[in-house]
Design a protein around this ligand. Structure first.
Ligand code: ATP
Length: 206
């Protein structure tokens, strides 16, 4: 089983790491692919792909079941999950269970994604609720079978929906960038990331 957890990670923060921990604990036999977007369709990132990748590398090395996956940085054009999932299917075959890990806000906006229906044909969905919220899922996800039995996901390639509760981390990359601009030292990122950001003077001027 392969779990895909994509994002801009601009920068990676404590909330992302809590999600990754949640996915590893819920699916101990799976590989979790952390996939930084190359060029988000909805917005520009503020740090280069190289910096975002380097920051992820500094914090993900300790996880044996996590792969920092450059697939979207290597593919041409904007990053779309449907393209990434088709790529995973071509590598792992029709029968392999694939799971798209989504934070609550990403799950709520999923209906606006590129070809959402095709995405759901390619993978299960695991929604990780953020800061005590319960995500209101878009209608398109009504086609999925919701289950509390995580084991079902290992038996089928796609088609199921599960929700996980992760510890509450009220943080976003937007908030981290804002705090840097304001000179607030409480960044809600690991020490190594704080150090990297200051060493490379990131996020000071946007
Ligand atoms: P930004 O503030 O720049 O929009 P972000 O903090 O939401 O960024 P992304 O890289 O866009 O981070 O998100 C990657 C994934 O992590 C998304 O699925 C998002 O919902 C989820 N996520 C981000 N922050 C948290 C958090 N604090 N708790 C749980 N999930 C989160």
């Amino acid at each position: 089983m392969h779990i895909l957890f994509g994002g801009t990670f601009d920068p990676v923060h404590d909330g992302h790491l809590a999600m990754i921990d949640g996915l590893i604990n819920a699916f101990p036999d799976a590989l979790v692919h952390v996939i930084p977007n190359r060029h988000p369709p909805h917005r520009m990132t503020e740090a280069s792909s190289e910096h975002r990748l380097a920051m992820l590398e500094t914090v993900l090395g300790k996880y044996s079941k996590v792969i920092l996956d450059q697939v979207e940085l290597d593919l041409q054009g904007p990053s779309y999950s449907v393209k990434t999932l088709e790529f995973f299917r071509s590598i792992h075959g029709e029968k392999e269970p694939l799971v798209l890990g989504l934070g609550a806000d990403a799950a709520e906006g999923f209906g606006e994604w590129h070809q959402p229906q095709q995405v759901l044909e390619l993978a299960h969905v695991c929604v990780l609720d953020r800061a005590g919220q319960t995500a209101q899922l878009p209608n398109v996800m009504g086609a999925l079978i919701e289950t509390g039995d995580l084991g079902m996901l290992a038996q089928f390639p796609s088609g199921y929906l599960v929700r996980l509760k992760t510890p509450i981390f009220s943080v976003s990359s937007t908030e981290v960038r804002k705090r840097i601009r304001e000179g607030n030292p409480e960044l809600l990122v690991p020490e190594k990331i704080k150090h990297y950001i200051s060493q490379h003077s990131l996020y000071r001027t946007h």
